[in-house]
Ligand binder design. Sequence first.
Ligand code: ZN
Ligand code: ZN
Length: 297
Amino acid sequence: MDKQTIRLVFIHLLVLNVIWTGTSATALYLTLFFFVWRGLFLSISYHRYFSHRSFKTTRGFQFFLALAGNICMQRGALWWAAHHRMHHQYSDTEKDPHSPIAHSFFTSHIGWAMEKKSFITDYSRIKDWEKFPELKFLNEKSDAIHGIFALFLFLLGEGLRYFKPELGTNGFQFLVWVYLIGGLCHLHTIFLVNSWGHLHGDRPYDFPAREGRDNSHNNAWLAWLTFGEGWHYNHHCFPFSATTGILKGQFDASFVVIKLFEKMGLVWDVKVPSKEVIDNLKPALSQQEPGTISTLN
Ligand SMILES: [Zn+2]
Ligand SMILES: [Zn+2]
């Protein structure tokens, strides 16, 4: 096993420390709060903004978005965007870093993230962000930001133990629950979009203009867990779109927040597919067999 694999296995095993740290209602609420935070900002910031530029914002709010997504256990925003752009360019081919079609289910889910080459940010894929040195700084210091977040949680847990002992918290309890358990739950749900979402689910309409060949699918249950990311077939059809829930009844929590940011004047030029394009989508003649690459192109 290489260093990265050992690190990831070790992080998972650390969860067992919950036996010693115990649980409190405060820890559970905080875990839930940061699960929602991670889910929303991974989607809104790392995915829809930094990877696809599906809306515009100020330099200051852009910095906040990069920072907000950095607690997702998935390195920096530029690292994420570079890998994700590769996924769209080479979907479900050998060059796709996390395809269950080209690689194994395990590799597509989490194995790819253990590979040494995955730790490198390919800056040639994110040249559009080159003019913002602060983004590069955050990207290079992503581990340190994780460390600061962990320290904040530890001090918060210890502070509450001292000032509000009746809550039953402590620093290590917050680290295990909020940082590790919440972080890993979020990591695995978003990784399911790459693994499960490229094998199983629905492809409700034909979209011949879709870029590249891919095996993406929509999964409603996954969309709920990932704040909209589970509508992955929609996303591959309309990668520029700030919303993934383009059909009636497809709830996309991240888009609700993006619209809220728009109302607050924080973001603008929010891109969505035109009504005409959506209205003219043709129902799929047949659902694709799970695990087969679409021949719609
Ligand atoms: Zn995909
Ligand atoms: Zn994408």
